[in-house]
Write a protein that binds this ligand. Structure first.
Ligand SMILES: Nc1ncnc2c1ncn2[C@@H]1O[C@H](COP(=O)(O)OP(=O)(O)O)[C@@H](O)[C@H]1O
Ligand SMILES: [Mg+2]
Length: 232
């Protein structure tokens, strides 16, 4: 393999297979993702998008093949290192997955406390990410009192609070109206501009056209297309 001046891709998958019981969810996926790409993972429901994301953040492990994240081969990583590897990722789900009984502040602070940060730093950082998503005044609120769009903005704040290199978003606007979806996209674009690598899974072709990025298509677990998105 020749590298020249090109950096090693932050994510590399080689001949990756995933079976659930004996049923194939992903089949022979080879894919390299460069740092600071905005990658759309598309395909019909059941095509394997969520499974692909799970293999990256250790939600599932591959049945076969290699997954290499930022130089670390997931096959060879000892179990105790998994939490450290997970911190490279900020993850956003369609259903937000906030803890309903904890305040916005507590939902965000948890991430940093788990990583061992001090109270002072935690308070400052929570404030600053809430400012970025425009919801500073909601830090004492419980998630169920917020709109879907607001909950997703809090989930984005939680995803980025640990300064992850990679943001994974699985159908992040699937439950939102178009106005809220646009705010979510503006935020993701902002993090992309600031240097994050973004991987967004969606089955909605409407979401894809406006962004200068790259799109792959999965079909029944196979990668059938991979190309740059032309600027709108
Ligand atoms: N935990 C699981 N157990 C068994 N089968 C699963 C599981 N998760 C996903 N699958 C199957 O794997 C295939 C891909 O699913 P998924 O990755 O969720 O697709 P997508 O996100 O594109 O809708 C589907 O056939 C689905 O039914
Ligand atoms: Mg899915």
């Amino acid at each position: 393999m020749t590298h020249g001046s090109r950096k090693t891709p932050i994510i590399r998958m080689y001949h990756v297979y995933k079976l659930y019981d004996s049923k194939s969810a992903l089949s022979d996926i080879s894919l390299e993702i460069e740092e600071n790409e905005f990658l759309f993972v598309t395909g019909a429901s059941g095509a394997g998008k969520t499974t692909l994301l799970k293999l990256l953040y250790f939600g599932e492990s591959a049945t076969n093949g290699q997954v290499i994240i930022d130089g670390v081969n997931l096959l060879r990583i000892p179990k105790h290192q998994i939490p450290f590897l997970r911190r490279k990722f900020g993850i956003i789900f369609q259903d937000y997955k906030l803890i309903p009984s904890k305040t916005v502040f507590e939902n965000l602070a948890l991430v940093l406390e788990a990583a061992g940060h001090k109270r002072k730093f935690v308070e400052k950082k929570v404030k600053s990410v809430l400012r970025i998503v425009g919801l500073e005044e909601k830090q004492g609120a419980l998630p169920p009192s917020l709109s879907g769009g607001e909950q997703q903005r809090i989930a984005i704040a939680r995803a980025v609070i640990g300064d992850p290199k990679i943001i994974l978003a699985d159908e992040p606007t699937g439950n939102l109206d178009s106005g809220s979806a646009e705010i979510i996209f503006d935020l993701l674009n902002r993090f992309h501009k600031d240097g994050s690598t973004i991987i967004l899974a969606t089955h909605d072709p409407e979401l894809i056209h406006s962004i200068n990025g790259r799109k792959i298509v999965l079909d029944k677990g196979q990668l059938i297309s991979d190309h740059k998105i032309k600027e709108a």
